[in-house]
Write a protein that binds this ligand. Structure first.
Ligand code: ADE
Ligand code: ZN
Length: 333
């Protein structure tokens, strides 16, 4: 795929990105050395080679194990800063970043440590790279709702630094209705709400995330295709779907990129967007996802531009800011 495809240089937004999923093998190796943590790998290449997954859970097992090297505020800063440098390469001007506080606090890392590192990188990205970033605090759905409620409480000193809450981790068997109370509480506290739904789970989880959790966006949502009425509802209500093509391929949600339904959903009028999810684990950052769609699905430039514009529209940026960027894109195409 040619890297001079002009679409790749357009300004972009990323809406579905787990910061823990940007931990590159080299950084995992270096932080393990720094903290004298023994890894079940004998080289950086061996870490990379382990990234073969058969489903969501097989990935999550490695992903949570990987977080163990993140210990002090500088680790969280380095992780976030490395992602911002990648954003610059892909012309991402705004990003809404998920983090999983429970995967750190449960290992004894203080909430303050995580936030100190993130906030430093976010300020530096604004000042030095001109990239804006919002944080989405995601609850782990394999844990209890009581645990999510405790985390919401623990985050109180940092509410001004967090824009939205989310729901991720093992989807099957952990439906949205398990988290009705914490989403209601977060909404009352002023947070925007998003949730993973319809990645591996059924279309009914997408319906429930909308009805019971009152979400502003659905993360993934590709299984909506199984329910015609839901597709109609999503189109009518302009509900954004943050789709992650390379993730879906790597986690066997689709067998081949040529079978991905993102452009079908786009042509049915849904507000779909392109995102990288966990780029270190899935073999590509945002522009790699666009390139994969062009290669496998013959995505046209017009479709790519609609997807890019959708991400601005579906973001939590102020309306004036969205308009400014949409006008800028119109001036560039
Ligand atoms: N956490 C990180 N990536 C995830 C994904 N693709 N689905 C659910 N939880 C996740
Ligand atoms: Zn995700």
């Amino acid at each position: 795929m040619s890297s001079d495809w002009s679409i790749l240089s357009l300004p972009k937004v990323e809406l579905h990105l787990h910061i823990e999923g940007t931990l590159e093998p080299q950084m995992m190796w270096d932080l393990a050395q720094k903290h004298k943590i023994s890894l079940p790998y004998d080289s950086v290449q061996a870490i990379q080679d382990a990234y073969q997954f058969s489903n969501l859970q097989s990935f999550l097992d490695l992903y949570y194990a990987g977080t163990n090297v993140l210990r002090d505020a500088d680790d969280f800063y380095q992780l976030m800063w490395a992602y911002f440098l990648r954003c610059k390469e892909d012309n991402i001007v705004h990003t809404e970043i998920m983090f999983d506080p429970q995967s750190h606090t449960h290992r004894g890392v203080a909430f303050a440590t995580i936030m100190q590192g993130f906030n430093k990188a976010i300020k530096q990205a604004k000042d030095e790279l001109g990239i804006s970033a919002y944080l989405i605090m995601s609850f782990l759905r394999h844990l209890s709702e009581a645990d999510a409620l405790n985390t919401l409480e623990e985050a109180k000193p940092y509410y001004q630094d967090i824009t939205a809450i989310g729901l991720d981790s093992s989807e099957l068997g952990n439906p949205p209705d398990k988290f009705t109370t914490v989403f209601k509480k977060a909404r009352t506290a002023g947070f925007k709400c998003v949730a993973h739904a319809g990645e591996e789970g059924p279309a009914s989880y997408i319906r429930d995330a909308i009805k019971l959790l009152n979400v502003d966006r659905i993360d993934h949502g590709v299984r909506a295709i199984d329910d015609n009425d839901l597709v109609t509802q999503l189109a009518k209500t302009n509900m954004p779907l943050t789709v992650c093509p390379l993730s879906n391929l790597k986690l066997c949600v689709v067998n081949d990129m040529t079978e991905h339904n993102i452009l079908t959903l786009l042509e049915k009028g849904l507000r779909v967007t392109v995102n990288s999810d966990d780029p270190s684990y899935f073999g590509g950052y945002l522009n790699d996802n666009f390139s994969a769609l062009k290669q496998a699905l013959n995505m046209t430039d017009a479709q790519a531009i609609r997807l890019i514009k959708n991400s601005f529209t579906a973001s939590f940026l102020p309306e004036a800011e969205k308009e400014k960027w949409l006008a800028k894109i119109d001036g560039l195409i």
